[in-house]
Design a binder for this molecule. Structure first.
Ligand code: OAD
Length: 234
């Protein structure tokens, strides 16, 4: 376990569940309370921008009341102490990996703490509420700022870089994701097709893609990840 030098970690909502951030598809998850078509598509934003902004404003505000858990901090320790490279590719839009000590992070589905202007395309840090009256700090247009989030029907960010990292890694760990949303759900197959990297799933229960992993560890990420990181650093 201690020989891996190039680790890619894919994370999903389950890694933040113990911090109190709701997952999407578990009982009581976000997609039980909101329809994807109402809040997470470009069409929804065109139809009812206030509803979409409010959905993300609520989630952005929640970030101020949650803390990284033991899984986030274990990953921060792994990056600091491993004699090699650790890259986190996260589907999560929260900032708990950063606050848990990780620095090498790709937010493939965007970030709650940022907005971008649909006119000048600049991206801005935006810690508070955004609405249709908010003005772009660069081009000063109103009604032009949207959440810096990848909605259904849009391309995730940095896919070329992610694919290169997946093909070059010697260990791929997937944590807290249901394996039901592509392209992330296909990463394990890409890794296996590219070479000999070991693959580990860490999830509360077997995900939809569990059978594609060489090794599976089932339970809470906050319990399992500190143990796994200890093994990797031994
Ligand atoms: P899901 O809600 O689909 O899946 C969360 C997974 O985490 C489930 O398999 C749970 O069993 C597992 N889980 C829950 N608590 C856990 C814990 N304490 N420890 C370990 N695992 C736990 O969330 P994602 O797979 O992240 O996209 O969803 C993927 C994408 O679908 C999201 O990024 C989002 C969503 O629609 C967009 O909004 C574009």
């Amino acid at each position: 376990m201690a020989s891996y030098k190039n680790i890619v970690v894919l994370t999903g909502a389950g890694v933040s569940a113990e911090s109190g951030v709701a997952t999407f598809r578990d009982n009581g998850g976000l997609w039980e309370q909101h329809r994807i078509e109402d809040v997470a598509t470009p069409e929804a934003f065109r139809r009812d921008p206030d509803m979409v902004q409010n959905f993300y404003n609520t989630r952005r505000a929640q970030l101020k009341n949650v803390e990284p858990n033991a899984a986030h901090t274990a990953l921060g320790t792994l990056e600091t102490k491993l004699d090699g490279q650790v890259t986190i590719v996260t589907q999560n839009v929260d900032n708990l990996h950063e606050r848990g000590g990780s620095t090498n992070i790709i937010h493939m589905h965007g970030e709650l703490g940022k907005v971008r202007c649909v006119c000048c395309r600049r991206v801005f840090l935006w810690p508070d509420d955004c609405d249709q009256a908010s003005q772009c700090p660069n081009c000063f247009n109103q009604s032009a700022l949207r959440p810096h989030i990848v909605w259904f029907g849009e391309m995730p960010f940095e896919m070329d870089r992610i694919e290169s990292l997946l093909c070059a890694c010697d260990l791929f760990i997937s944590i807290g994701t249901s394996g039901s949303v592509y392209p992330a759900a296909g990463f394990v197959s890409l890794v296996r097709a590219a070479g000999t990297a070991h693959t580990i799933e860490v999830n509360l229960e077997p995900s939809d893609g569990a059978s594609y992993f060489a090794e599976t560890r089932h339970g809470e990420a906050g319990t399992l990840m500190p143990l796994l990181v200890e093994e990797l650093l031994a």
